[in-house]
Design a protein around this ligand. Structure first.
Ligand SMILES: *Cc1c(COP(=O)(O)O)cnc(C)c1O
Length: 370
């Protein structure tokens, strides 16, 4: 049996005729940039996130960069974030001209540990970027409290967590802004790149709208430095078709996650640490990530058996060569480093079959001699 990490073909088959129809409509209209499809998606995603504004942009990495700049983060500022994330989180801070300050993670959720944030705050700190890793929100209530006390902005990197909740609050509700990615593999994926910023802050929203069009307002007059970072109509049209299915897909991901957890507990026992959904959280399982010893050997074994897995992420940001000037060294953030050595993400997508999950777990059990 072959079990891919992600298979988007079944989803496409189910949406194909609708997708082709809207793509034809967009192409016939000849309106490709910031038209009615982008407007509709912005309106719907803002409502879904229970915030006043949504601003489409070119990708989830730009969304973080634009949100930071729109909230006034720039050269000389420090931004606190987690080292256990995709590169884009740290990259966006540096592109905004600021300095990333990495704080270690909560080993249970893999998210930034709020108890360690305050000791990292200096008089240069301007913002915090919690990343809702794998689809589970960070402890936004505590992070929002800390931010309020120290007058900091909070940009939630929700690239992996559209639809997630924390004590009834959505992504975007407690932060100054939140950012989504519509990269094809994300829970709401386009057929190319795309991203969005959501915020309740009127001024930040207006800044985002200006920054995504070269900082021009009115057209051809530039008071701030912006970029070309727009969501296009073809991608927005595809996303408008997919968006109404998102909650159902999240529920299916949660069912697959429960299935993995019960199979792993039954067949493998405590050789694997299964993901934990913290009380009050609604985890949307962008990834189903276990912790194991001999992770690399297990991954190779599974690969030989036809099971694809992924390591998100093998090297934390504080020890990435590109950030070496920040002065971190190995051992500085031990919990993130340990997670980088133990985390393994198993195949996860709404159309994953029970037989495939049973096969994956049987092979893991075989590896551990169970
Ligand atoms: C995917 C991702 C991004 C970047 O999104 P792109 O749309 O690929 O630019 C940022 N942060 C995290 C945590 C991500 O998973």
């Amino acid at each position: 049996m072959q079990v891919p990490m992600l298979d988007l073909t079944e989803q496409y088959s189910s949406l194909r005729s609708e997708v082709l129809e809207v793509l034809d409509k967009v192409m016939s209209s000849s309106q490709f940039i910031l038209g009615p499809n982008v407007k509709k998606l912005e309106t719907d995603v803002a409502e879904y996130s229970r915030v006043a504004h949504a601003i489409g942009c070119a990708n989830g990495s730009d969304a973080i960069h634009i949100a930071l700049q729109a909230l006034g983060v720039g050269p000389g500022d420090e931004v606190i974030t987690t080292p256990f994330t995709f590169f884009a989180t740290g990259g966006a801070i540096v592109r905004a001209g600021a300095k990333p300050v990495y704080v270690d993670i909560d080993p249970i959720t893999f998210n930034i540990d709020p108890a360690k944030i305050e000791e990292a705050i200096t008089d240069k700190t301007k913002a915090i970027i919690p990343v809702h890793l794998y689809g589970q929100m960070a402890d936004m209530e505590r992070i929002a409290e800390i931010a309020k006390k120290h007058h900091l902005a909070v940009v939630e990197d929700a690239a992996q967590a559209i639809g997630a909740k924390h004590n009834g609050k959505t992504v975007g509700e407690l932060g100054s802004a939140a950012t989504y990615s519509f990269f094809p593999t994300k829970n709401l994926g386009a057929y190319g790149d795309g991203g969005m910023i959501v915020t309740n802050d009127d001024e930040a929203a207006e800044n985002c709208r200006v920054i995504r069009v070269h900082g021009s307002k009115p057209k051809y007059y530039h008071h701030v430095l912006g970029y070309n970072s727009r969501l296009d109509e073809l991608q927005a049209a595809v996303l408008n078709i997919k968006f109404p299915h998102l909650d159902k897909w999240s529920e299916l991901r949660r069912e697959k996650a429960q299935m993995y957890t019960s199979l792993l507990k039954e067949k493998v026992g405590d050789m694997v640490v299964t993901p934990i959904e913290k009380e009050g959280n609604y985890h949307v399982f962008h990834q189903y990530t276990i912790r194991v010893e001999n992770r690399d050997e297990l991954q190779q074994f599974l690969k030989d058996q036809g099971v694809q897995t992924m390591i998100y992420y093998p090297l934390p940001l504080h020890v990435q060569p590109v950030f070496k000037d920040l002065g971190y060294k190995e051992g500085d953030l031990p919990l993130a480093e340990k997670a980088a050595n133990e985390a393994l993400s198993l195949p996860m997508f709404p159309e994953l079959k029970t037989e495939q999950q049973e096969y994956v777990v049987a092979k893991i059990a075989e590896f551990y001699g169970k």
